[in-house]
Design a protein around this ligand. Sequence first.
Ligand code: 5FU
Length: 268
Amino acid sequence: PTTLLPYSERIQLHTNPTAKRILEIMDRKKTNLAVSVDVTTAEEALEVVRRVGESVCMVKTHCDIIEDFTLAFSEELVKLSKELDFVIFEDRKFADIGNTVSLQYSSGVHKISSWADLTNAHSVPGPGIIKGLSTVGQPLGRALILLAEMSSSGSLAVDGYTKQTFQMAKDAGREFVVGFIAQSRIDTDISDGEDWLILSPGVGLAAKGDSLGQQYRTPKEVVGDAGADVIIVGRGIYGIKGGEQAVKDEAERYRKEGWKAYEERLQR
Ligand code: 5FU
């Protein structure tokens, strides 16, 4: 199963260029950390990215919370992603019919497909959502992940929903859909040679959750016990008190924790 293989040996199990690049970066920079940059101005967001860039394989954005979003911002983000060697993941959570999501992905103010290497979608509308997004993203070498589980308490994405989401991805093939947002490896380890990336939000070393339903686990629980590939950390890193150096140090702390959990997993 995938969880016992090093990231480097999983590169060849993918055909999607973004999936390959994620695994290459993880191996090269020794990091399975994604930082979620959930701040509300372009300058703040870029500042966090400059602080954490060396420690991460991925920067996750919510472009619709940035008050002064422009394409100059996304261009700068792309520039930093090349300089500091990380992938850009826009956490858009598309959730509409194929035709609408293809427009939301390519057009509007944000033109997500022009700058985000990776984005995600809910499976609730059915396979047309994958088709619609792939029409836009696949020719550009982009990748998609589906939300199979969520970190928030009371989520309806459980049991049968999770299973059917996995099946929808399998049916679509791995040219464009390369993995899942999930809290576990779901069923992805059952088939050898068919590698899926599992990205897990809800990671924190300090808090257990917030007042709005978020639930946190440690990198050890997420990577070591649950078998996820990428840990996604937001407030635990950009929200740390103590200024710019503290943010940088905290990103390194999470990178080390995540990498240690991965190395221990490989030893089992
Ligand atoms: F799909 C999901 C999920 O199940 N839980 C999440 O928390 C996405 N997220 C995102 O990860 C959420 O929208 C935030 O951007 C981020 C977690 O941020 P935190 O500050 O680490 O709680």
